[in-house]
Design a protein. Structure first.
Length: 243
């Protein structure tokens, strides 16, 4: 059972298209057109073309591509803002907002034509966003699932709450958690494939696989192919085994 997975995109359409080209090359090598491609969430924020990323993925699914797109915390904050300008995501520290420079909501709205969002009163910014962000983009993001199970892998954006049954996991944990998930070494019963916590390179920790190689901060966008217990990263020249 083969699955492809892509880490946190953060508005980098050109990197996403390049990664899909690598997946297409691997498909040609294997003759497999059926394996799903799982996007691990955080489609938007910080990068230059969040609108392009959302439209690329929305159109691909609409056209029948076997893609799974998961919701990340940044995607949830974007959709929350669009529905209510006073929305504050429960996973976000109280002193921050989605439009704070650290979060990157401003570049997302900029990609839709809402300029200088972080420097202007919230009311007019929200009105412009409602006029310029296509409703189908908001609906697409709101409808994204927060987990996907396939074979021996569980795909989520951030991780899971250790010791809690999968059916009882809280959505905020699935899109926001770091600790105690990151330091937990127990066997969860499946390989947790996630992003959210940026690291230098794709890393396999035995019970989890982190795909967030820091595209949000100038790093690469990474993709892997998973076959049972085996994992390879997809490089420019093909598969690279992940220990």
């Amino acid at each position: 059972m083969r699955s492809y997975a892509i880490g946190d995109i953060h508005g980098h359409l050109s990197l996403l298209q390049e990664i899909h080209d690598r997946i297409a090359a691997d498909r040609r090598q294997t003759g497999d057109d059926e394996a799903p491609v799982v996007h691990i969430g955080d489609l938007v924020d910080r990068g230059p073309d969040s609108r392009g990323v959302v439209e690329f993925l929305r159109q691909g699914i609409e056209q029948g591509e076997n893609w799974v797109v998961l919701k990340g915390n940044h995607d949830r904050m974007f959709a929350g803002f669009m529905r209510d300008l006073t929305h504050h995501d429960p996973g976000l520290r109280r002193e921050l907002s989605w439009l704070h420079p650290r979060l990157g909501g401003g570049p997302t709205l900029e990609s839709y034509g809402v300029h200088h969002a972080a420097d202007r009163p919230l009311g007019p910014v929200h009105e412009e966003a409602l006029a310029l962000v296509p409703p189908e983009h908001v609906a697409f993001i709101e409808a994204l699932p927060v987990q996907y199970r396939r074979g021996e892998a569980l795909f989520v954006h951030a991780g899971i709450r250790p010791g809690v049954a999968l059916a009882s996991q809280d959505e905020t944990d699935l899109v926001w958690i770091r600790e105690p998930f990151l330091s937990d070494t127990r066997d969860h019963g499946f390989l947790v494939v996630h992003g959210h916590t940026a690291i230098d390179a794709v890393t396999h920790y035995g019970n989890r696989l982190n795909l967030d190689s820091g595209a949000a901060y100038g790093g690469p966008l990474s993709a892997v192919v998973i076959e049972g217990h085996s994992v390879w990263q997809l490089g420019p020249d093909g598969r690279i085994p992940i220990a």
